[in-house]
Design a protein around this ligand. Structure first.
Ligand SMILES: [Zn+2]
Length: 96
């Protein structure tokens, strides 16, 4: 671990939950586009994702929260950071 304590993560998760109810998030997800793959999804299928994960020092701030489809979210959680970068590269090149 790299020193992010549980209390901080709990606080930041709570903040994210609040932001999820906000008008800002409604607007952010109104296009239905996944931030990562750029595909369109029904609102309900978009999850809130931290660009920089909380465990790696990211915070629940508006510039660190993006809509993500479940597939990208699952990939992000299951891949190593380096593998995730490769996944994003492939997405950008249209290889997936
Ligand atoms: Zn996606």
């Amino acid at each position: 671990m790299d020193g992010v304590d549980d209390a901080t993560i709990r606080t930041e998760r709570a903040k994210a939950r609040e932001l999820r109810k906000s008008r800002w998030w409604q607007q952010k997800t109104s296009s239905g586009l996944c931030y990562y793959c750029g595909r369109k999804f029904p609102y309900k299928q978009l999850t809130m994702d931290h660009l920089i994960p909380l465990a790696r020092g990211g915070r629940s701030t508006k510039d660190n929260l993006v809509p993500s489809c479940k597939e990208c979210n699952t990939q992000k959680n299951s891949l190593l950071p380096l593998e995730w970068e490769e996944y994003l590269d492939k997405l950008k090149q249209g290889l997936l």
